[in-house]
Design a binder for this molecule. Structure first.
Ligand SMILES: N[C@@H](CCC(=O)N[C@@H](CS)C(=O)NCC(=O)O)C(=O)O
Length: 292
């Protein structure tokens, strides 16, 4: 039982992030396939998935294609009723569904003016009145979810839910543009940025470089405001502490240096995603910390 998920560039595709979180956060088995959002191959990459024309796209184990994130959410919830994709409490579930639907159809100013990007924080971005109005509404909704239903955990409805996945790119936009929000909303943004699963997505996105940068702003940049990664870099030569890749168990071919130690991986992508944020990867940290 494995789903196929088709996504766009991780650094920029907010809907792809939502789709991936819906699977990854609930441990639903899936293979991820990249679609060339900026490479001119999108139509060709989606040709077998007609009538899909945007990402994400989900293909279920029977070959059924679901080509919209809200449809994905409801389909996954229906197929996996015991996995807690929606909150179990009816009032919480109704609010979670309403908030999810409002995100899907609304917040056009925020989405239009602040395209998601996970590389850095733009400095000196001025939010328009329309963006501020979207932020006010988002803070009202987040606060309702947290105060009414958030007691059992850090997420909007306590435990992770589909609504949390859907609002993760909103937290990323607040972070990426340094948007003005109150302390509760900022704390929620920080929770999102510190989530290891979100960090893994971001680290995988950072393996790809862009020139020109999509959605560039005429502004300065400062470091991404999430947890600072421990320093690491790709290297060509050296003797790694491990002979097999911590992810696949295959022989080491690509090297990384971090804090004076050398580690190996079985391909460039796995090396580079680890370089981007070593502590985001439990299979790597378990190996690193066991050996230290
Ligand atoms: N309503 C769709 C929106 C999907 C969407 O807009 N995806 C963007 C990437 S984040 C896309 O495919 N853009 C390509 C294009 O517009 O050509 C959903 O919820 O899945």
């Amino acid at each position: 039982m494995t789903y196929d998920l088709f996504i766009g560039d991780r650094t920029f595709s907010s809907w792809s992030l939502r789709g991936w979180l819906m699977l990854r956060q609930f441990d639903l088995p899936h293979r991820t396939h990249m679609v060339g959002l900026y490479d001119g191959t999108m139509a060709q990459d989606l040709a077998d998935l007609a009538p899909a024309r945007l990402v994400p796209v989900l293909r279920d184990p029977d070959g059924i294609v679901i080509f919209d994130s809200l449809a994905m959410a409801e389909t996954l919830a229906e197929r996996h009723p015991d996995f807690g994709l929606w909150p179990t409490d009816p009032a919480a579930r109704a609010l979670a569904r309403s908030m999810t639907a409002e995100m899907h159809s609304g917040f056009t100013a925020l989405r239009g003016d602040c395209a998601m990007q996970l590389q850095h924080q733009w400095q000196g971005f001025t939010a328009s009145d329309a963006v501020r109005a979207d932020l006010d509404r988002i803070q009202t909704l987040w606060s309702l979810a947290r105060t009414r239903h958030g007691a059992i955990g850090p997420w909007l409805f306590g435990a992770y839910s589909l609504a949390v996945a859907v609002y993760a790119p909103v937290a990323a936009r607040i972070a990426g543009y340094g948007l003005p929000v109150d302390t509760n909303a900022q704390a929620y943004v920080d929770t999102t940025l510190a989530d290891p699963v979100f960090r893994q997505w971001r680290a995988m996105g950072l393996t790809k470089r862009y020139d020109p940068l999509p959605y560039a702003q005429p502004l300065g940049k400062i470091d991404w405001p999430g947890p600072a990664p421990v320093p690491a870099r790709a290297i060509e030569d050296g003797t790694p502490e491990n002979t097999t890749c911590p992810y696949s168990g295959d022989p080491v071919t690509h090297l990384m240096e971090s804090q004076g130690r050398i580690f190996g991986f079985c391909n460039a992508f796995c090396r580079d995603k680890t370089v981007a944020d070593p502590d985001a990867w439990p299979a790597f940290t378990a190996m690193r910390d066991a050996a230290s």
